[in-house]
Design a protein around this ligand. Structure first.
Ligand code: NAP
Length: 293
């Protein structure tokens, strides 16, 4: 079997086109979507992520504000900026790029963001709402994965879904979204006994570990949908230094029914969902404004 490729670049381009139209319509009604991004320190990877997010906003007609702080900044200064942005009605989304330097209490920073502007979906209240299947901002990477499953009409309801990884930003919200969509979900992690016994019965396998090409064809059920969230560098061999996923794409695509590549899979969908969350936030703000008038 040769798997169908779930093309994240193509899907992201399509969804971003729709987002740009929604942003334009909101601007015409006086509610131009606006995302504020805060970056602390000079970590090169974080700087690239922030640059990409700001550039994607511009392309979609979303206003962006960027605030850069030195690595040794007093956390109180960042907290003051968050309070100011929370109170600014023209700002719809606030994102603090993680990780933060050690003088910060990361959880306290995330919870200082208004839940109405928490477009990353990391605030404890949004996490709780998601677990209760109520309206919430959904973390961007798992939200993007759900869009990818939808794009191939994956029969999620009743499916056996296995998630590898239990992080707050990918694994746990992914498991909640799949549960909410009616899948029977197993969450696995580094302490799981006999990982392959779980993965081999997955109709939908979502892999978010952070280990290059860790999941081979022998761990995949024939015909399964395989979503590879991992972003790693190939450690050695002819492809050394190139970007790769957690799944051994070459062998897995011979067994799976559908698979996401790396690069060009989940990655492009993550920023896309950040744009979508910002537009959703602006739509909610407009609805609140109209309800008041
Ligand atoms: P993380 O916080 O490091 O979590 C990794 C998870 O994998 C943990 O739950 C860990 O288990 C589990 N794990 C580690 N080794 C394992 C093993 N041998 N068997 C089974 N489970 C194992 O990472 P993350 O933030 O979730 O990210 C995961 C990967 O996705 C990374 O490669 C990251 O770069 C990538 N990522 C990509 C995007 C994107 O947009 N494409 C977005 C976010 C993350 P324990 O909990 O027991 O330690």
């Amino acid at each position: 079997m040769t798997a169908r490729i779930i093309d994240g670049n193509a899907l992201a381009a399509q969804v971003r086109g729709e987002i740009a139209q929604r942003a334009q319509a909101l601007s015409a009604q006086g509610e131009t979507p606006c995302l504020a991004v805060l970056l602390v320190g000079e970590d090169p990877a974080s700087a690239v992520y922030v640059r990409n997010k700001v550039a994607a906003c511009e392309k979609a007609g979303i206003r962006s504000l960027r605030f850069d702080y030195a690595r040794d900044v007093d956390p109180a200064e960042v907290m003051r900026k968050l309070a100011e942005l929370n109170a600014d009605a023209s700002v719809h989304g606030i994102l603090v790029q993680l990780p933060l330097p050690p003088q910060f209490d990361e959880a306290a920073v995330l919870e200082a963001i208004s839940i109405h502007k928490d477009v990353d979906g990391f605030h404890a209240e949004n996490v709780g709402r998601l677990s209760q299947n109520r309206e919430a901002f959904i973390p961007c990477t798992p939200h993007g994965v759900m869009k990818m499953l939808e794009s191939v009409d994956a029969p999620v309801q009743g499916a056996e879904a296995v998630v590898i990884g239990r992080s707050n930003i990918v694994g746990k919200p992914m498991a909640m979204l799949l549960t909410n969509a009616g899948a029977t979900v197993t969450v696995t992690h580094s302490k799981t006994r006999d990982l392959a016994a779980h993965t081999r019965r997955a109709d939908i396998l979502v892999v978010a570990i952070g280990r290059p090409r860790f999941i081979g064809a022998d761990m995949i059920k024939p015909g399964a949908i395989v979503i590879d969230v991992g972003m790693n560098r190939v450690p050695d061999g002819p492809d050394a230094g190139k970007l790769c996923g957690d799944v051994d794409y070459a062998s897995a695509s011979e067994v799976a029914g559908a698979i996401t590549p790396v690069p060009g899979g989940v990655g492009p969908m993550t920023i896309t969902m950040l744009l979508e969350n910002t537009v959703i936030s602006a739509q909610r703000a407009l609805a609140r404004r109209e309800a008041r008038s």
